[in-house]
Write a protein that binds this ligand. Structure first.
Ligand code: TMP
Length: 235
């Protein structure tokens, strides 16, 4: 399958048309941003690492009956995927307090949550992706209520699958972000990516951060962390 015209360029990926209307090629970039694009940089080989890492997670989810956009990885940085109409709700799942939750509730980073927390954010760069709840989503018709039920159910299932898989690799899944979309068949699929850009991964023993927080917080060893995640997934 060949890349045709570029449909969209995001902060970490480019999306291309293909000869087939219901398929796109997702190209992962080395570019890294944080704080809604305020901080910019590059992470060596991030495109390749995230394409590979995300493919491993999406294959795992497919094997567990989660519908995803993944068709196949084409080369180092490119993945063939179902074309989705992305629902403008980012779903964040949290197992351990960190980042904006720790700040908002005054919790120490690393505090175990008694049950997973699901949060919604409105996917709008101009507004800085504000946190919203189901009433905002309904009143503003950001997503269909039936679709939202499907998405919530999938998000909790995905969390269970990933937590168990990663625990086996000595990784704590602290939190992560998911995006969903509708395929040309009207069904809901998991889209976007699951990678150290969109998850917090901590080493289960040392609690060392193995994700994009190393870039966000200038902790160094950024590439090494992404490489370590890929190495552990392949164990
Ligand atoms: P937060 O603690 O900053 O709200 O982030 C929660 C999770 O969501 C974390 O794993 C990182 C991920 N995330 C994204 O993938 N994209 C974003 O734009 C933000 C703010 C967070």
């Amino acid at each position: 399958m060949e890349k045709l015209e570029e449909l969209y360029e995001g902060k970490a990926k480019r999306i291309y048309k293909t000869e087939e209307d219901d398929k796109v090629i997702v190209e992962y970039k080395d570019d890294a941003t944080a704080f809604n694009g305020e901080k910019k940089g590059q992470i060596v080989e991030k495109g390749k690492l995230n394409a590979e890492i995300s493919t491993i997670f999406f294959e795992l989810l497919e094997d567990n009956d989660i519908p995803t956009h993944l068709i196949e990885r084409l080369n180092d940085t490119d993945v063939l995927a179902k074309k989705l109409d992305i629902i403008l709700v980012e779903v964040v799942m949290r197992n351990i307090a960190a980042g904006s939750l720790a700040k908002r509730l005054g919790l120490e980073e690393g505090t175990e949550l008694s049950q997973p927390i699901l949060e919604f954010y409105y996917k709008d760069d101009d507004l800085g992706d504000p946190m919203i709840n189901e009433y905002h989503i309904q009143a503003e018709e950001i997503a269909d209520p039936n679709d939202l039920e499907v998405i919530k159910d999938l998000a909790f299932k995905i969390n269970e699958i990933l937590v168990e898989f990663l625990a086996d690799k000595g990784i704590d899944l602290v939190d992560f972000k998911l995006e969903f979309g509708k395929g040309t068949d009207g069904e809901i699929y998991l889209g976007d990516e699951i990678s150290p850009d969109t998850c917090r991964f901590w080493d289960a023993q040392s609690k060392k951060k193995l994700d994009k927080d190393r870039f966000r917080r200038d902790l160094g060893e950024v590439e090494g962390a992404y490489q370590e995640i890929l190495k552990r997934l392949n164990l």
